[in-house]
Design a protein around this ligand. Structure first.
Ligand SMILES: O=C(O)C1=N[C@H](C(=O)O)C[C@H](O)C1
Length: 292
């Protein structure tokens, strides 16, 4: 199980590869997970947004978790964080229990989206997971959920014993700055363009879709920053920024999947609807950028 102080470094929300008929491509998933691990990542996030969690059935989530564990047998054991959050407290509870039973090290639980609960409702949603026995990471991403967490709400949730940290996709450095000022639990940046700024403001690392590609560059950037080699880290981030921006010009993870299929890291750039393949214009732009 993942402890708060181990929530640091580069956690990659791995893409979920599909066969041309839309079935899970577990073979590509396993070999790609091994590749990410050998690139030096510190943790793997299965069934995140980048893993197309809204389109993955709960039995498939467990298949992906088993494949991730298997990939580590021949490489290195790193923490596996499983996305288990939905906009129903009951189903989140059930999925988080399953995650614990099947060997996840922590659960990533997004703020309930779409139904726009009150701040108190959100607090109770996270409190309900206390007895599961699995560490939980709060995932705050207001532009996807439709609800903005107040600072007091985040603090209240972070103080719960089973909560080990925050994935911050708020699109601002305000929250990470304040949480690190008051010595709260670790914050991982979940907004790729703000990664370097977040590290400078106290983030302990990142959960970054872009780190599916250029993986080792993100790992080295993080290491430079931790060793106070801030100039090197800054330069590495500046070099990565054009790639990061391109990866988010069309809905994530379609650009990533196209690039990974080009690199033959996964067999196909297949997505499940409503996600669709990228435009030919973006293909050309991605093809012309230096990724490795
Ligand atoms: O899957 C994730 O985890 C991430 N999702 C974000 C998004 O798609 O909005 C981006 C972030 O890099 C990680």
């Amino acid at each position: 199980m993942l402890k708060s102080h181990e929530l640091r470094g580069i956690f990659v929300p791995i893409v979920t590869p599909f066969e041309a008929n839309g079935e899970l491509d577990l073979e590509s998933f396993g070999t790609f997970a091994q590749h990410l691990i050998t690139e030096g990542i510190h943790g793997l996030v299965v069934n995140g947004t980048t893993g197309e969690s809204p389109a993955i059935e709960s039995n498939e989530v467990l298949m992906l978790l088993a494949a991730a564990r298997k990939a580590m047998e021949s490489t290195r054991r790193i923490p596996i964080v499983l996305g288990t959050g939905t906009n129903s407290t009951a189903s989140t509870l059930k999925r988080t229990e399953q995650a614990g039973l099947h060997g996840a090290d922590a659960a990533l639980v997004v703020v309930p989206y779409y139904n726009r609960p009150s701040q108190q409702g959100i607090i109770e949603h996270f409190r309900s997971l206390a007895d599961v026995g699995l560490p939980v990471i709060l995932y705050d991403i207001p532009h996807r959920t439709g609800v903005v967490l107040e600072l007091d709400t985040v603090r209240t949730i972070m103080e719960m014993d089973h909560m080990i940290g925050l994935k911050d996709s708020t699109g601002s450095i305000k929250l990470v700055t304040e949480l690190s000022r008051i010595g709260s639990k670790p914050v991982l940046c979940g907004d790729d363009e703000l990664f370097y700024a977040s590290l400078c403001c106290g983030a302990q690392g990142g959960m970054l879709a872009s780190a599916n590609v250029a993986t080792n560059r993100f790992v080295r950037l993080y290491q430079h920053q931790m060793e106070d080699q801030t100039q090197e880290a800054r330069h590495m981030f500046d070099d990565l920024l054009p790639l990061i921006r391109l990866l988010f010009t069309e809905p994530n993870p379609a650009p990533l999947k196209w690039l990974l299929a080009q690199q033959q890291q996964i067999k196909s750039d297949e997505l499940r609807l409503p996600m669709t393949r990228i435009s030919s214009q973006l293909q050309q732009q991605l093809a012309s950028i230096q990724v490795r």
